[in-house]
Design a protein around this ligand. Sequence first.
Ligand code: FA5
Ligand code: MG
Length: 448
Amino acid sequence: DVPSSQPLVGQDTTVKVMGYSYPRDDFTNVTSKILAKVGCNLHNQAHHPLWLVKERIKAHFYRAYIMRSGNPLFSVHDNLSPVVTTEQNFDSLLIPPDHPSRKRGDNYYLNRSTMLRAHTSAHQRELVCSGLDAFLLAGDVYRRDEIDASHYPVFHQMEGVRLFSNHELFAKVSSGEDLSLFESGGHRTPQKQETHTLEAVKLVEFDLKQTLDRMVRHLFGEELEIRWVECYFPFTHPSFEMEVRFQEDWLEVLGCGVMEQELVHSAGASNKIGWAFGLGLERLAMVLYGIPDIRLFWSQDDRFLKQFCLPSINDPVTFQPLSKYPPLINDISFWLPAEGYTENDFYDLVRSIGGDLVEKVTLVDQFTHPKCRCLIRRGLQGTDKINADPVAMKERLARRKSRTQKHSHCYRITYRHMERTLTQEEVRVLHASIEHTAEQELGVKGRY
Ligand code: FA5
Ligand code: MG
């Protein structure tokens, strides 16, 4: 039974997801391996580490933010379908039509108008539209991405949104009734949007950072080192990322910012100002429990799962990493077709065939024939796509197009099973299948 990277059922003219059929078109690129993950909802599986992190965040928000009525301020939503329209995933968030984050190479499309959400922000507008002022939303998200210990094509995010009326924001400020959320004739600056007053933005930004700071301290304790980095999202301004100290390095765990007023306005809450954040549940769980590889979240191995079965969600977990079985490493080199090749097509193909046996795929060298022999080593920079700088991306694409010589790529694939030692023979069969399928489906020419 050779697994296939063919986008689901060759003959069928529709893609079926959770009981619904979506007509295929030239944008369809979701694979059966990915569709098999839809509906798993690891974040809703009792005692799963992702569930545990979600429950601990929920419990913190329920306890720390209570309305005068005695009810929790934040409502929690964790069962929204990951199938969304491109309108929800992009347009509702003011992501322009030509923005690089829409690329077919970076997302899983069911067809031109429907996709698996690439972030939980896809639901911001509908939930604000439904009248909510404060909510948390957890869900599975899907991205075509590179392959390594902290990137997996399905991961889980938690979104948070909080809106304030004039009265709510300035209630604690003396003579606050004289202050306003909005001004006309203002300009957009690095600090604020054109329609916001500086005093309103500063209070919202302070509340946002304080809320997130308290949340991570609740999870990790006071000792955790964090830092704020300014960044860019089309749907917030100003925007920030929070990084935490992990294994002698800084790890990005969330993005956030003051919501673009145009979005708030289009969701029918024009008299309010708000903040939003989106965090990676795997990233938090990895730091919290010292989980070394993102594939472990998909493990059915009892030795992994039972470590998170605690009587209370606040009990400490002392995670014992499973012993690592030895890796097997194989390279693959091929000439690229003149056009239409993207690295993510190859990563997806490797995923489809190798599944969770693939620990990592790295582009180890690029070669241009005949004159310029260049070895380009790739940086270790993350490629979280939503906040990619559109100008730099365009330049890169243009440069790529202008190259007309013959190019080759060499990838190094690390195979490792989480639960046993792989044999040379099973890896050889897999690797040959990857070589063969790459030639057939991506138009590359092997250099073996
Ligand atoms: C977003 O997805 C924005 N929607 C976040 C946001 C929400 C900003 C609301 C402003 C307001 P980003 O692509 O950076 O941003 O992802 C957010 C977080 O998800 C990251 O900080 C990281 O923790 C996690 N993440 C991103 N890509 C991956 C991946 N491939 N694997 C695991 N976690 C990931
Ligand atoms: Mg990011």
